[in-house]
Design a protein around this ligand. Structure first.
Ligand SMILES: Nc1ncnc2c1ncn2[C@@H]1O[C@H](COP(=O)(O)OP(=O)(O)OP(=O)(O)O)[C@@H](O)[C@H]1O
Ligand SMILES: [Mg+2]
Length: 336
């Protein structure tokens, strides 16, 4: 088993090799993977949910800016090269910063180009190379890489899931969105089964654990929560709590349903930017203050290795996992 301190590009190559296994290529790529690991590698946060419109790009931008504000070196990668919402969000931020003479913090950003040939395998190879190059150029120089994925199942999306140290799945507070994770009984609303996205994450976790022993911390984030209590909110919460024990994710409260999250996009702003009229281009409101608190609450709940203590904790966890030879149980996946 590869020891902690693996290289991300190596993991990408390994995953790619498994898919396009040709003996000579495989041998060459495995030697890349097993070359001497260097001590530090960026912590990878992947925003994933096969369900479209769940808040992945909005959350990705907020997480990236929160990390920049903490003095971390952050890179961002947009794998949704068809829609490019994350990339447009970043471009809007750059443009607004110049237009309003601000100094808004920006991450090193990449948008992985789509393969446009007529062959699926060629397209996947082109996209893989773009992703691997982006990762390789930042994994030793940055503390965090934030990866936004499309709301569709694709080869790159699965690859990114395997590379996550923290997988964040925003989920709209509705049983329609819940359905990608699990099914519920029509009468009792008790969980009756697991769904396709849960299976994708299970595969990614198994693959990653076999590769370097890393336990992917999966955090399901409830998004667009109603600020008022409702039967739906309670039932979805109960279903998620039941499913979290079964699938091994942590469920945390994310952002409430607020118009300002939609208004931020054209200026590339987040709830963490300065609350003044010049920065916002409008008068700050109570919603800005409350949104900022909920974003900071989310960052805390993600338990990222932000400080020395966090980094020591992550290193200890990696070491512990590398010493284990037993299969992964659900309780191993749960935060204690
Ligand atoms: N907490 C929120 N309150 C109000 N609107 C929100 C909130 N979070 C996201 N939105 C809005 O919901 C829509 C979908 O959000 P976003 O684009 O971030 O989702 P996504 O998961 O990245 O979508 P896709 O799967 O299409 O990439 C956008 O219009 C966004 O502005
Ligand atoms: Mg998106």
């Amino acid at each position: 088993m590869i020891k902690p301190g693996y290289n991300l590009k190596g993991l990408a190559y390994r995953t790619h090799a498994i898919r396009f296994a040709r003996p000579a290529m495989e041998a060459a790529l495995v030697s890349v993977v097993t070359s001497t690991p260097r001590p530090s590698s960026a912590h990878v946060i992947v925003l994933g949910n096969e369900k479209g419109g769940s808040g992945k790009s909005t959350t990705a931008m907020h997480v990236a800016v929160a990390l920049l504000n903490c003095g971390q070196r952050v890179a961002t990668i947009d794998l949704d090269s068809r829609q490019k919402s994350f990339t447009h969000y970043v471009e809007n931020r750059r443009a607004w910063s110049a237009q309003a003479r601000l100094d808004l913090r920006l991450a090193t950003h990449f948008c992985v180009a789509r393969g446009t040939t007529l062959r699926l395998d060629e397209n996947e190879t082109i996209e893989f190379a773009g992703f691997a190059d982006a990762v390789a150029s930042v994994e030793r120089t940055h503390d965090f890489v934030v990866v936004d994925t499309p709301g569709t199942d694709s080869y790159l999306t699965r690859l990114a899931h395997s590379m996550a140290d923290t997988l964040v799945t925003p989920l709209n507070d509705s049983f329609v969105d819940f359905d990608v994770l699990g099914t519920v009984d029509a009468t009792t609303f008790a969980v009756t089964g697991e769904s396709h996205y849960a299976a994708i994450v299970r595969d990614a976790r198994r693959h990653r654990r076999l590769f370097d022993g890393t336990r992917i911390d999966w955090v399901v984030v409830r998004n667009r929560l109603s600020t008022l209590g409702s039967r739906n909110k309670r039932l979805v919460g109960e279903g998620l709590s039941e499913l979290s024990a079964r699938l091994g994710f942590r469920c945390v409260e994310g952002f409430a349903e607020r118009v300002i999250y939609r208004e931020f996009f054209p200026r590339g702003l987040t709830a963490l930017d300065a609350l003044d009229e010049n920065t916002l281009g409008m008068r700050p409101s109570l919603a800005h203050v409350t949104a900022r608190q909920e974003v900071m609450g989310l960052i805390e709940a993600l338990k990222l290795p932000l400080d020395d203590r966090g980094q020591r904790r992550a290193a200890a966890r990696a070491e512990w996992f590398s010493a284990q030879a037993k299969p992964l149980d659900v309780h191993d996946l749960l935060e204690t």
